[in-house]
Ligand binder design. Structure first.
Ligand code: SAH
Length: 450
């Protein structure tokens, strides 16, 4: 029995798909890269922008002939297109789809598959009570012994109401996972070869805020930092208002936590930020970046920008360009505003920046960011950086620095999963190249000597 999972959207979806894969492996299914060969097909969808939703609709529609050819096949639609409340319109639009699953919940598919094969009623009852064991994650077979980095959700949902954003409506209110469950999952990943975890949440720096007297992000980081065999920890995405000094101090103090912060600004003008209901000003953000750099010199900082938000004038947009030029961050994820049904902005604000103007602004942001990151990365030339090797890519080893820069290098040894020191010989905006320097990390020396 085989399964295939198609995933679009954010890292949370990647993590959710991994969880579904894990549950299917436990039921005896194995991954196939070929959709047509799969007995179970899962589509993990994103609706953050219209383009993502269109892609998911297209793929879901394209599966109809496969279902007709083999009605025993199970097709499941998961993620933000379904949402925590379900979406009755989908059942009508896609009669060939058997199961609709909210984000992060493999349960409905597991129950469906178990229900299909049950004999006695007692069995059936037992099996509908089947609960997905939190913290007990098995990496899907095709990834076993293979995956060096993994994503681990720590906060599900979001309770903020940024006016443009559909995610809270689709992923439900903010729910932090218990520290113990997260630690167990990370240990299980480490036992399967994972060396680096990225902790995920829509507002990850709010970890624990939904639990009275609950643990906070620094507490979670301290627990995970103690896990033997785990070498690196990252977390994303942060909201500017929750990056406390304690959190920054903790990142600086814990050796496994990387110098890498993702903290979206979204727009570079106070009027736009207010209309987005982001609850900070450009100056607040400036001070935050300054604070991050004081605690974590040379940290990799990523931001997000939306261009063409309703009412964004040329002057507002110039504010965004000026701010990017001033703060010089390492990564800028940029997107054109896309009105999402059900959000505040779609309800009460006209989508009044024409598409070609949005595209012009997007291009300007991307052009500027390319110049900025080219300049930042040039500073890596001639330096030695620690790279965790993830995989071979077209004959070259591929890995990342602690600051999340992509590095390629050649070496005939099997260095997968090792931390190596690389002398950077070439640095472009999107990646760098170098060679293993004389000194390699202790773990490698041991492996090579063994
Ligand atoms: N909670 C996460 C949001 C995840 S969505 C965060 O704070 O970053 C990822 C990014 O998509 C957002 O940061 C935003 O820049 C972009 N985005 C969200 N809704 C959008 C919309 N309606 N149109 C265009 N971009 C959007």
């Amino acid at each position: 029995m085989k399964y295939h999972i198609w995933t679009t959207g954010c890292q949370m979806n990647v993590a959710d798909s991994q969880r579904v894969g894990s549950e299917l492996e436990k039921l005896g299914y194995h991954f196939t890269p070929t959709v047509a060969d799969a007995d179970v097909i899962v589509l993990n969808t994103c609706v953050v922008r219209q383009s993502a939703e269109n892609k998911a609709y297209g793929f879901a529609s394209s599966l109809k002939p496969l279902k007709t050819a083999d009605p025993h096949r199970t097709i499941a639609l998961m993620g933000c297109m379904v949402g925590v409340r379900g979406n009755p319109r989908l059942k009508k639009a896609f009669p060939h789809i058997d199961v609709f699953m909210p984000p992060s919940e493999p349960g409905p598919l597991v129950n469906h598959l178990l229900g299909k094969e049950t004999l006695s009623e007692k069995d059936a009852e037992l099996k509908t009570r089947y609960a997905v064991q939190d913290g007990d994650l098995i990496l899907p077979m095709h990834e076993q012994h293979n995956l060096v980095t993994a994503h681990v959700p720590v906060v599900y949902g979001c309770s903020h109401v940024c006016t443009y954003c559909i995610i809270p409506a689709r992923r439900g209110i903010e729910r932090s996972r218990p520290v113990g469950d997260i630690a167990r999952e990370v240990r299980s990943l480490v036992a399967q070869g994972v060396k680096e975890v990225t902790l995920l949440g829509q507002i990850v720096d709010r970890y624990g805020f939904d639990v009275p007297d609950g643990p906070r992000m620094p507490d979670l980081l301290r627990v995970l930092n103690d896990i033997d065999g785990l070498e690196r920890i990252r977390f994303l995405t942060s909201h500017p208002n929750y990056m406390s000094d304690e959190l920054l101090e903790t990142v600086a103090a814990l050796p496994k936590v990387c110098e890498h912060i993702e903290v979206p600004i979204q727009a570079g003008h106070d009027e736009v930020l207010a209309a987005m209901k982001r609850e900070y000003t450009v100056d607040d953000y400036r001070r935050l970046i300054d604070r991050i750099r004081r605690y974590l010199p040379d940290t990799g900082i990523a931001t997000d920008i939306i261009v063409g938000f309703p009412g964004e004038t040329e002057a507002h947009f110039q504010g965004t360009l000026d701010l990017l030029a001033e703060l010089k961050m390492d990564v800028c994820h940029s997107a054109m505003y896309s009105p999402r049904e059900g959000t505040v902005s779609a309800k009460i604000m006209a989508d009044d920046v024409p598409p070609e103007e949005k595209k012009r602004r997007l291009d300007l942001v991307n052009q500027l960011q390319e110049e900025i990151v080219t300049e930042i990365n040039e500073k890596y030339m001639g330096k030695t950086v620690e790279v965790l090797v993830e995989d071979l890519h077209r004959g070259k080893w591929k890995g990342r620095t602690r600051t999340n820069k992509l590095v390629f290098f050649e070496d005939t040894r099997d260095l997968k999963g090792q931390r190596v020191n690389i002398d950077i010989e070439w640095a472009g905006p999107w990646s760098m190249r170098g060679k293993v320097s004389g000194t390699v990390s202790e773990s490698i020396t041991l492996t090579l000597a063994a």
